[in-house]
Design a protein around this ligand. Structure first.
Ligand SMILES: Nc1ncnc2c1ncn2[C@@H]1O[C@H](COP(=O)(O)OP(=O)(O)OP(=O)(O)O)[C@@H](O)[C@H]1O
Length: 291
C-alpha cells in the first residue's frame, strides 16, 4: 500500500543505520515497546502536539482519544515516521526513530484512517510486497490465514483500485499483521468494516496484543476503546489530559457517579461535567480524585 511504502522507507535525512541490516542482535527485549518523550509538533500557528510523553508496553492496548483536532493523527503520523520529529523523542522496541530509523520502522505497523492501496497491485501482490519490505520469511501461510480471517480470499487477484472502502481497510490489516509487528498504530481501524470485518478486526487486535505486541488504538468510538483498551490516553489541544489504565478510568467514572468512559472523556476534555480542563490534566490517580 502507498502508506506501507512510506512506512518502509527512510523518510528523512539519511539514518545512521542506512543500508543493509547487519546481523547485530535485536535490542534486548524491553517491556516498554513504544516510548514517546516530550514530543511537539507545530503547524504554522497551530501547536498540534505539545510536549507529549507516554509509553506502551508489551501486551497493552492504549486507547488514544480526544476531541477533533486534539492531535491524535499528528501524533500517530509522527510516530510512524511520516511526519518529521520537530522536537522530542520516539523509540520503537528500543530503537530510536531519529538515529535508528530503519530498525525502528521494521518493528512498526501503521493502519491509517483511510488506507490507500497501490491501484495497480493485486491483493496478493500487496502481501508479497509487504513481506519483502519487512523481510518476512515463510510468510505465505500467514498471508493465507490473514486473507481468510478478513474474508479477502476471493479478492486476492483484485487490484487495489478495485477494492471497496471496507476491503481496503481489511487489506491494510492483513499487510500490517503479516510481519507480526511489535508496535501497531491504528487510526479509526473499524472505519468502513462490515459486522464480520469488525469482529475479525477486534479479534486480530486482541490476539496480537496477547502475543506481546504494543498497540495504540485511536478512535472516536469510546465503546470500542473501552472494550479493547487496557490503557487510556486522552489528548486535548495537543496535550495529555488523562493517562492511565482503563481500570483507573472506570474508577474515575464511578467516582463521578458515571457509568462509562464518556464521563471521563467529558470531564478531562472540559465537556458536560463542567470541569476545568486545565485542572483536569491528570494522571490516573489524580483524575480519580477529581472525579
Ligand atoms: N497539515 C496540516 N497543516 C496545518 N495544520 C494541521 C495539519 N494537520 C493537522 N493540523 C492541525 O493540527 C491540529 C491537530 O490535528 P490532528 O489531525 O492531529 O487532530 P486529530 O485529533 O486527529 O483530529 P480528528 O479527531 O478530527 O481526526 C488541528 O488543529 C489541525 O487543524
Amino acid at each position: 500500500m502507498a502508506d506501507l511504502a512510506r512506512l518502509g522507507e527512510d523518510s528523512e535525512a539519511a539514518p545512521s543505520d542506512a543500508g543493509q541490516l547487519d546481523p547485530e542482535p535485536a535490542a534486548a527485549p524491553a517491556a516498554t515497546l513504544l516510548e514517546v518523550e516530550d514530543l511537539s509538533k507545530q503547524y504554522a500557528e497551530t501547536r498540534a502536539v505539545d510536549r507529549l510523553s507516554f509509553a506502551v508496553r508489551a501486551g497493552e492496548i492504549l486507547g488514544l482519544v480526544g476531541p477533533n483536532g486534539a492531535g491524535k493523527t499528528t501524533t500517530l503520523r509522527t510516530i510512524a515516521g511520516v511526519l518529521p520529529i520537530q522536537s522530542g523523542r520516539v523509540a520503537i522496541a528500543g530503537y530510536d526513530l531519529a538515529t535508528a530509523e530503519r530498525r525502528a520502522k521494521l518493528q512498526l505497523a501503521w493502519v491509517p484512517d483511510d488506507p490507500q492501496p497501490f491501484e495497480a497491485m493485486t491483493v496478493d501482490e500487496h502481501l508479497e510486497f509487504t513481506a519483502a519490505l519487512y523481510r518476512v520469511g515463510r510468510w505465505r501461510a500467514r498471508a493465507e490465514e490473514l486473507l481468510a480471517r478478513f474474508e479477502l480470499l476471493e479478492k486476492r487477484g483484485a487490484l487495489g483500485g478495485e477494492l471497496s472502502r471496507g476491503m481496503r481497510q481489511k487489506l491494510a490489516f492483513c499487510c500490517a499483521w503479516l510481519p507480526r509487528p511489535r508496535v501497531v498504530l491504528l487510526d479509526e481501524p473499524l472505519s468502513g468494516l462490515d459486522p464480520h470485518g469488525i469482529r475479525s478486526a477486534k479479534a486480530a487486535i486482541r490476539d496480537l496484543a496477547a502475543e506481546g505486541s504494543a498497540i495504540v488504538l485511536s478512535s472516536h468510538l469510546l465503546d470500542l476503546v473501552e472494550e479493547l483498551g487496557t490503557h487510556l490516553l486522552v489528548l486535548r489541544r495537543g496535550r495529555k489530559v488523562y493517562d492511565g489504565t482503563m481500570e483507573g478510568a472506570h474508577r474515575a467514572a464511578a467516582a463521578a457517579e458515571g457509568t462509562s468512559l464518556e464521563e471521563v472523556f467529558f470531564a478531562v476534555t472540559g465537556g458536560e461535567l463542567g470541569r476545568d480542563p486545565e485542572r483536569a490534566t491528570a494522571t490516573e490517580g489524580e483524575a480519580e480524585g477529581q472525579a
